[in-house]
Design a protein. Structure first.
Length: 81
């Protein structure tokens, strides 16, 4: 979460299936020179039973709306009890 002392809470709601944003170079905002990556690699070990590639998790903000996440911000994850 933001490293400026602000806090936001996110709730993970579902796995994120194959997403084209994973092939975009985040610093340049353009398609990566390594076309197909990282999806090609993820396809080798992150698959659901339906065969789709899992990239990450979709989340919703449950506390701290309006906070900004930036590259290199640190997050803390806890499991529900």
């Amino acid at each position: 979460m933001p490293s400026r002392g602000d806090r936001a809470k996110l709730e993970l709601v579902k796995e994120c299936e194959r997403c084209g944003i994973t092939t975009v170079d985040q610093e340049r905002g353009a398609i990566s020179k390594n076309r197909g990556e990282p999806l090609r690699t993820l396809n080798t070990y992150r698959r659901q039973l339906n065969g789709k590639v899992i990239f990450g998790q979709n989340a919703i903000v449950i506390e701290g709306a309006g906070q900004e996440l930036s590259v290199a911000d640190v997050g803390e994850f806890r499991t529900r009890k």
